[in-house]
Design a protein around this ligand. Structure first.
Ligand SMILES: [Zn+2]
Ligand SMILES: [Zn+2]
Length: 250
C-alpha cells in the first residue's frame, strides 16, 4: 500500500470513528429539551421539544409599540399602553420575543442558572429576528448587554445577557460593546421583589461612558422595564441618541 493510500484509509477510518463517537454520545446523553427536560431525539431543533415549541407564547403584532408589552386591551395605542403610559420610560422602544411564562421562563432559567450557554445561539437568533419584525433599525452603532455588577459576574462566571448580545450583534452585523455600560451598584435581584420595589430598585445603578448614535440594549427578561429604562437613561447621558431594547422574555 502506497503512503497516500494509507493516509486516505486512515482519514476514512478516523471519520467513521468520529461518527461512531457522536452516535454513542447521543445514545448515552440524548439531547434534552431546555424547556421540560425530555429527550428531543429525532426533533429539530434539538434544544426544544415539539410540545414546548408549541407552547411558547410568541409576541408579534398587537404588542405595545412603545414598551413591547404583549397584546392587551390598551396595547394598540401607538403612544404606549396602560403599562407604560403614566411615566414614559427612557428608552426609545422595547420589544420581546415571548411572554414570560412556561416554557420561555424555563429557557431563560436554563441559560442563566443551569449553565446551558449553547442556548444563547438559538435564543439570540430569535431575538435578532424580533428586532426586524418589531421595525427597529436594521443596524446599530453598538449592541450593549444589561451588565451585571462585577461581584455578581465573579460569582456567576458569565453574564447571560452578554452571551445573547454577542449572538444578536453577529446577526445584525453591529459591534458588540461590553465597555460602555456598567452596573455601579449591586442591586437586589428583580425576581425577588414586589412590583413597586422593582421600579425603584435599579434607580441610579448604572453608569455609561462613550455611547453614541443608535444603541441596542439586550436583556434576557424585561418585566416592569425599570432596569432597561435606567440603562437607557445612563446611555443617553453618555451620548446615545436612541436606545432600543430587545429581550427574550417580556
Ligand atoms: Zn420540552
Ligand atoms: Zn406599553
Amino acid at each position: 500500500m502506497r503512503a497516500e493510500e494509507v493516509v486516505s484509509s486512515l482519514k476514512i477510518l478516523s471519520s467513521h470513528l468520529s461518527n461512531l463517537k457522536e452516535t454513542l454520545l447521543q445514545a448515552v446523553f440524548p439531547p434534552l429539551c431546555a424547556g421540560c427536560g425530555t429527550s428531543t431525539c429525532g426533533y429539530s431543533p434539538d434544544w426544544l421539544c415539539a410540545a414546548c415549541h408549541g407552547k411558547i407564547a410568541f409576541i408579534g403584532d398587537g404588542a405595545c409599540a412603545f414598551c413591547g408589552s404583549p397584546p392587551g386591551e390598551h396595547a394598540e395605542l401607538a403612544k404606549g399602553c396602560a403599562q407604560c403610559q403614566p411615566d414614559r420610560q427612557s428608552f426609545t422602544r422595547a420589544a420581546g420575543v415571548a411572554e414570560f411564562a412556561t416554557p420561555a421562563r424555563e429557557l431563560v432559567h436554563a441559560l442563566k442558572y443551569n449553565g446551558m450557554h449553547s442556548l444563547a445561539q438559538p435564543l439570540g437568533e430569535l431575538m435578532a429576528r424580533r428586532v426586524a419584525s418589531a421595525g427597529f433599525p436594521e443596524k446599530f452603532d453598538c449592541v450593549v448587554p444589561v451588565p451585571l455588577h462585577k461581584k455578581r459576574l465573579r460569582s456567576r462566571g458569565f453574564n447571560q445577557s452578554a452571551l445573547l448580545a454577542a449572538e444578536i450583534a453577529k446577526h445584525l452585523q453591529s459591534p458588540l460593546r461590553l465597555d460602555i455600560l456598567h452596573r455601579i451598584r449591586d442591586t437586589r435581584s428583580q425576581a425577588l421583589l414586589s412590583r413597586n420595589l422593582r421600579v425603584t430598585n435599579p434607580v441610579g445603578a448604572f453608569l455609561a461612558s462613550g455611547a453614541g448614535g443608535r444603541v441596542l440594549l439586550v436583556d434576557d427578561v424585561v418585566t416592569t422595564g425599570s432596569t432597561a429604562s435606567e440603562c437607557a437613561l445612563a446611555l443617553k447621558n453618555a451620548g446615545a441618541a436612541r436606545v432600543y431594547v430587545i429581550s427574550f422574555a417580556r
